[in-house]
Write a protein that binds this ligand. Structure first.
Ligand SMILES: NC(=O)c1ccc[n+]([C@@H]2O[C@H](COP(=O)([O-])OP(=O)(O)OC[C@H]3O[C@@H](n4cnc5c(N)ncnc54)[C@H](O)[C@@H]3O)[C@@H](O)[C@H]2O)c1
Ligand SMILES: [Zn+2]
Length: 357
């Protein structure tokens, strides 16, 4: 079996088609437990939970939450922990997070808190979860005040990415994941950027081997940044490329826009800003825009969206900090700017307004 492993300081990421069938072995090696609690959602569970139950040789029913960001809440966390307590799960439990980033963040947060913390294994099933959400140990839920404001750092015992499950992922979500892969190319690897662009041009040609390569390289890039942050302070900010404007647009769309689509738009504007500041080489924004377009992702803000309200959202809606927000900006495709300034630069509101036009 072809299989890639990316080693992080405390756990490995296994990437392979049909890795689901190796799950029993991996879980027994890295997180053996008396019982396994499979947490999944209403889209993923019906298709894949039985295979996971079989791999783990468990008869415990999966704990299924309704699919969607709207359910990444404390209420869902409470329901999950209550039903685990009612079913008699104890300290000797490993939680299996089977799903996209929503399941990963939630099940990870349950693992961080249940009985003051139990082991968990990430089994990401969306491209975004494979290359982004399942790596780095951030877990949590959303609240009325904003996304991901309540949570914990809790590293998984292992991550198992079976790329063959992406065949059932809705196309729009596959594209959304591609936006983060493009981001990884821009921040760290020009050759990878070109590869992602050509893969994104024809999603139907994405076979298992190509997907394994893509997931492995993206995980490597994210893992490398996360690893270096411990020593270098600040390099993790480079992962925010596209996200200052992206998050603002996502918020202003009332989350109608998928995160990855908003980030695609954000990357184009932020690269334009970098060019205007003389930070990025001329032509960089055109390359980023090409990749975004080729991937079938949007490259301009929704025309009805008010520029001032986007700008306010880039400041976290705090008027006091208005004037300039901090941005992680590219120097060119493959490298980020401002290493000597903590990887972020202040950008005046006027320039952001101009670029958002
Ligand atoms: N912890 C982190 O570091 C981190 C990083 C990035 C994003 N996130 C979080 O991740 C979440 C977004 O993740 P997402 O895009 O995976 O969203 P998601 O979990 O909502 O999954 C997207 C949709 O695809 C469905 N789905 C997932 N895998 C499938 C499959 N194989 N077949 C069929 N359907 C499938 C899901 O049911 C859902 O409807 C956000 O909540 C975000 O905050 C966390
Ligand atoms: Zn993102």
């Amino acid at each position: 079996v072809r299989r890639r492993t990316v080693a992080l300081p405390t756990y490995d990421v296994t990437i392979a088609a049909d890795a689901l069938d190796q799950l029993g072995q991996i879980v027994r090696a890295y997180a053996p437990a008396h019982r396994y609690a499979i947490v999944t959602d209403s889209n993923v569970g019906p298709v894949y939970a039985a295979r996971v139950q079989a791999a783990l040789d468990t008869r415990d029913e999966p704990l299924t939450i309704p699919a969607g960001e709207a359910h990444k809440t404390r209420e869902t966390w409470a329901r999950l922990t209550d039903s685990m307590l009612a079913s008699g799960y104890g300290r000797d439990t490993t939680i299996i997070a089977l799903g996209g980033g929503v399941v990963g963040d939630l099940a990870g947060f349950v693992a961080a808190t249940f009985m003051r913390g139990v082991a968990y294994v990430q089994v990401p099933t969306s491209l975004l979860a494979m290359i982004d959400a399942s790596v780095g140990g951030k877990t949590g839920v959303d609240t009325a005040a904003g996304k991901n404001l309540v949570g914990a750092f809790h590293q998984p015992a292992a991550v198992v990415a079976d790329v063959s499950v992406l065949s059932t992922l809705p196309r729009e979500h596959l594209r959304a994941g591609m936006a983060e892969a493009i981001k990884h190319g821009v921040i760290a690897d020009a050759e990878y950027f070109d590869r992602v662009q050509s893969l994104a041009a024809d999603l139907r040609a994405l076979d298992a081997a190509r997907l394994e390569d893509l997931v492995a390289r993206s995980v490597e890039i994210k893992a490398d940044v996360v690893r270096r942050d411990e020593r270098e302070g600040g390099v993790r900010k480079t992962l925010n490329f596209g996200h200052t404007i992206g998050h603002a647009i996502e918020l202003r769309s009332d989350f109608e826009l998928l995160h990855g689509h908003a980030v695609a738009i954000g990357m184009v504007y932020e690269t334009l800003i970098a060019e205007r500041l003389g930070v990025a080489a001329a032509g960089t924004a055109a390359r980023v825009r090409d990749a975004v377009r080729v991937a079938g992702l949007p490259d301009v803000r929704p025309s009805h969206m008010d520029v001032d309200s986007i700008l306010a959202a880039t400041h976290g809606d705090k008027k006091a900090r208005a004037g300039a927000a901090e941005y992680a900006l590219p120097a060119r495709v493959g490298a980020m700017a401002a290493a000597d300034r903590g990887w972020s630069l202040p950008v005046a509101d006027g320039l952001v307004r101009e670029v958002l036009g």
